[in-house]
Design a protein around this ligand. Structure first.
Ligand code: SAM
Length: 367
């Protein structure tokens, strides 16, 4: 088997324009993985559940102590803080950086303003552990100094790091599988000569849009279905991961064996223990950065489906409403909008009506 293009879609443009020479130089393409050899057994599905890509936040704390450790204690405290960070925990006695409740409120206000993310007041420890590495990288000792510098400098790269650090990117292949069954049924009803457009607007590390691509291949019984998938996210790190399409075995262990064999390549050598999505799937997708809060969205409708799953939960209702209102003209009148399992848009009934199981139709369209 070969990785040579055979798609009808034009060659894929790079994901994101390089922001700096450093970034450009570090974004080398991955060496292609050799395909699964005929007769090579696919990895067995294991019983263990998929691990979330982001550690769960630690239990809520009520105090945020400030400490000025004695010089002899510094090394030990720093080591403890690093261990805690690796474990996803924050130990109040081992805090490396000064972090007050006022700092936390400041972070909440900034991330709300820039990304629409309404951080719960109990996420203080999560904020500490996510941003501590930025302070370490920049040699800051106090959150207030870091935030001062961030706000003063207008440094786009640091703002990007700040936002990336605070997003939660939990996702998986075929998460909420009934949505993909629904989409397959819809796709099978379309004229196969028409190109279908799907927007996945909080694509995270790519598992969701690749699941859409697999669904399309299966619905059309072709590795080159007439489908274009636009995968967007605010977080530039997850977009890079998605564009590379390389995943640890643990991310695909729950996939059906025939899907794994048909749509993934198994890594060997330095890629041992990993898989990469087949290039045919990658050709159906284009990744780009899009902040749902920003006035300009670099996507063009009309879309047959918008997958907007498990991102609206981070926004308050007025923000959700504003975004939903902007979805309406981007979705075909008969198009469908898919939301996450814990999201409901009853407050936007003038825009979208529920078809059940978190699938929505435009309110102004009756089938
Ligand atoms: C929990 S993940 C959901 C991933 C996927 N949709 C799913 O359901 O599995 C939420 C994603 O929303 C993205 N996100 C958060 N705020 C955003 C914004 N203002 N604009 C675009 N994406 C945003 C995050 O970066 C993150 O990758």
């Amino acid at each position: 088997m070969s990785d040579k293009p055979e798609s009808k879609f034009p060659p894929r443009a790079p994901l994101l324009p390089p922001r700096s020479p450093l970034e450009a130089s570090t974004r080398k393409p991955l060496a292609p993985l050799p395909p699964l050899r005929a007769g090579t057994p696919a990895p067995r599905p294991a019983a263990a559940p998929l691990r979330p890509s982001v550690p769960a936040p630690a239990a809520p704390r009520t105090t945020a102590p400030l400490r000025s450790p004695a010089p002899t204690a510094v090394a030990g405290a720093a080591a403890r803080a690093r261990i805690n960070e690796v474990l996803g925990k924050v130990d109040s006695s081992g805090r490396e950086f000064a972090f007050t409740s006022a700092d936390f409120e400041r972070v909440r206000a900034l991330i709300y303003k820039h990304a629409g993310i309404a951080l719960s007041p109990i996420k203080q420890d999560m904020v500490y552990s996510r941003l501590a590495r930025r302070l370490r990288a920049r040699g800051e000792n106090r959150f207030s100094d870091y935030l001062d510098a961030l706000e003063r400098s207008n440094d786009a790269k640091e703002w990007e790091e700040f936002v990336n650090a605070l997003t939660t990117n939990l996702t998986s292949f075929f998460r909420e599988a009934h949505h993909f069954d629904s989409l397959a049924t819809v796709l099978r009803g379309f004229d196969p000569k028409r190109t279908v457009k799907i927007w996945c607007c909080a694509a995270s590390t790519g598992e969701e849009p690749y699941s859409l691509a697999i669904t399309a291949c299966e619905a059309y019984n072709s590795m080159t279905p007439p489908v274009q998938i636009i995968a967007t996210d605010l977080d530039t790190n997850v977009l890079k991961h998605g564009e590379q399409g390389v995943y640890g075995m643990d991310r695909v262990e729950r996939l059906q064996r025939d899907r794994l064999q048909k749509f993934f390549l198994k890594g060997t050598g330095e890629h041992a223990g990993k898989v990469r999505v087949r290039p045919e799937l990658q050709r159906l997708l284009s990744f780009r950065r899009l902040n749902l809060l920003e006035p300009a969205w670099p996507v063009q409708g009309p879309f047959d489906a918008i997958f907007c799953r498990n991102v609206m939960i981070y926004f308050d209702k007025p923000t959700q409403y504003t975004i939903l209102k902007r979805f309406v003209p981007l979705l075909r009148p008969e198009g469908l909008m898919y939301a996450g399992h814990s999201e409901n848009f009853m407050h936007a009934a003038d825009l979208f009506r529920s078809l059940g199981r978190t699938v929505y139709a435009r309110a102004d369209h009756r089938a």
